[in-house]
Design a protein around this ligand. Structure first.
Ligand SMILES: [Zn+2]
Length: 261
């Protein structure tokens, strides 16, 4: 709101010097008229003359108190986060001897991640592997959750993998997303990074379907063979690790510098 006592003052006659004797009474007159108009407005529109419905906004203007609802963040548009539950609606993914499928484990983790993000105010979309919504998908970030083979490969087939989409407009954001996921997931779960990223991850199909402005990544939260226990009995911790990585990214949190070997 502008200050009415300033905006209602007429501009001095342009391009012409005026003698002080004729100017002063004119200014005084204008000031008096302005003061009277302002005073009249103030009396006429005093909060008491308003119906109850108008009192609040008017008094808010008068006191020039900050609008708490706006400043507290409740009025901000929510940040949207997309979560793909790997293989959901498409196939089972890896299958263990006991019948546990990768798709089941992925869905448990993805659902918990969604709940955790919703609980702190983020808007989320839980997406299927080939979800039609992935075409041109726009969000603050998209993450696809998968798990590795349930076959015994070797004793080193343990830990997690992360790959960010480098097809995005902003590769700095992609690198930051990868850094946040690696750092927070490792710290939260204690699982180590299995630094081998496959073409299935780097060229993950959704990366080329979503809007290029959406930073995206894929995480293999563990190997279903050697990490079976933590994945299936500490699923909440696994989900917390994923959620912490996403929160780190959307909140632009610091990532500890990776120690060089
Ligand atoms: Zn998978």
């Amino acid at each position: 709101m502008e200050n009415s006592s300033e905006t209602t003052l007429p501009n001095p006659t342009p391009g012409r010097e005026r003698n002080q004797k004729t100017r002063s009474p004119r200014i005084l007159q204008t000031t008096l008229i302005t003061a009277m108009v302002v005073a009249t407005l103030f009396v006429t529109f005093s909060p008491n003359s308003f119906s109850a419905g108008f009192k609040e906004p008017f008094s808010a203007i008068l006191t020039s108190e900050p609008n708490i609802a706006v400043l507290s963040g409740t009025a901000r548009p929510a940040i949207r986060i997309g979560i793909v539950s790997g293989h959901l609606g498409n196939d089972s993914g890896a299958v263990c001897e006991n019948g546990t499928t990768e798709a089941d484990v992925n869905l448990k983790i993805a659902t918990l991640v969604q709940q955790k993000l919703n609980a702190i105010g983020y808007e989320t979309d839980l997406l299927k592997e080939k979800d039609p919504r992935l075409t041109g998908y726009r969000a603050a970030v998209l993450l696809s959750i998968h798990n590795d083979s349930c076959d015994y490969i070797n004793d080193q087939a343990t830990g997690f993998k992360v790959a960010a989409a480098m097809s995005t407009h902003d590769t700095n954001l992609a690198n930051r997303l990868e850094g946040c996921l690696k750092d927070r997931y490792q710290r939260t779960t204690g699982l180590s990074l299995h630094d081998s990223v496959t073409n299935d991850m780097t060229f993950y199909h959704a990366f080329s379907e979503i809007d290029p402005s959406t930073p995206a990544a894929i995480i293999e939260t563990g190997f279903l063979k050697l990490d079976y226990d933590i994945l299936t009995t500490k699923t909440d911790l696994i989900a917390q690790g994923v959620a912490n990585g996403l929160i780190c990214f959307v909140r632009n949190e610091n990532i500890a510098p990776t120690s060089t070997p």
